[in-house]
Design a protein around this ligand. Structure first.
Ligand SMILES: *[C@@H]1O[C@H](CO)[C@@H](O)[C@H](O)[C@H]1NC(C)=O
Ligand SMILES: *[C@@H]1O[C@H](CO)[C@@H](O)[C@H](O)[C@H]1NC(C)=O
Length: 257
């Protein structure tokens, strides 16, 4: 029975091309313009993007935690990195103390509620260059213009470039009904998700996961999953405005951040 369950999950994931997100299309960007953006590393190796929401808390995607929840001892967060291979000053690195992952994440074998908050052992000095992003829990207006930013794959580099430099791209909100009927045929699209795509199939890609999608410089969502990237299908993002996502983040911030 367990085997069957695992196999069914695997099929679903392969079909839906799991939470792999990059910037496909778009342009090089300066970290100075996105000072809240951090990268999450496991044993020093780049895993995902993240957003600094308070001096001691980072918002990222649940799938970046690879099934782990609670105390962790091998994750760090790097702020102020332009390119992944750049030397990082010690003052821009913090250790993760524990992770709070949406409790039911993955139980349904899809990316519903792809959200996690990481509590750091020490606050970042936000008087320095790292700074916080404002959260936007409001419903996005139709066709909202959004910005995605990350160190993920670009259309020109496969396999992953360990010295990838930050890129950003403009995308727009896709109506939920279109999201459901296009990418929703790959894997379920829920009310905790929204879709976005840019001109020429501009999209997030593997490595952008956990990072930011911004509306007027406020954080509206988290890079979550897609059907590959740049495939012409919209990318899927965790929707901070859904009641469940809003209360999860607010609850954690009030008690832990
Ligand atoms: C999005 O940006 C484009 C190009 O700047 C503009 O033409 C369009 O009106 C904007 N859409 C919305 C909903 O603001
Ligand atoms: C889309 O592709 C066309 C043709 O290659 C190019 O001229 C245009 O600048 C691209 N637009 C964006 C937003 O990348």
């Amino acid at each position: 029975m367990l085997k069957l369950f695992v196999w069914l999950c695997l099929l679903r994931f392969l079909k839906g091309s799991p939470p792999q997100a990059k910037i496909f299309g778009g342009d090089l960007a300066s970290i100075a313009d996105y000072p809240h953006l951090v990268n999450v590393r496991r044993r020093g190796q780049f895993k995902c993007g993240g957003s600094l929401i308070t001096p001691t808390c980072v918002l990222t995607a649940a799938h970046c935690m690879e099934g782990r929840n609670g105390f962790v001892n091998d994750l760090t967060v790097h702020a102020q990195q332009q390119c992944l291979g750049d030397l990082v000053l010690e003052e821009h690195v913090r250790t993760v103390w524990y992770a709070s992952v949406w409790p039911k994440f993955n139980l349904r074998c899809n990316y519903d509620s792809d959200i996690a908050v990481l509590k750091l052992t020490r606050p970042f000095d936000i008087a320095g260059k790292a700074s916080l992003v404002k959260l936007d829990f409001n419903e996005l207006p139709a066709s909202a213009n959004l910005t995605i930013v990350g160190w993920g794959l670009t259309k020109d580099n496969w396999p992953f470039n360990p010295n990838q430099c930050l890129k950003a791209a403009q995308v727009h909100l896709v109506p939920q009904q279109v999201c459901l009927t296009t990418i929703g045929s790959m894997s379920p699209v829920t009310e905790n998700m929204f879709c976005a795509i840019g001109k020429n199939a501009t999209d997030a890609c593997p490595g952008d996961s956990g990072g930011s999608i911004l509306f007027e410089n406020r954080l509206s969502g988290i890079v979550s999953w897609g059907n590959g990237c740049g495939s012409g299908y919209p990318g899927v993002y965790t929707r901070l405005s859904s009641p469940a996502m809003t209360s999860f983040v607010k609850y954690f911030i009030e008690r832990h951040c």
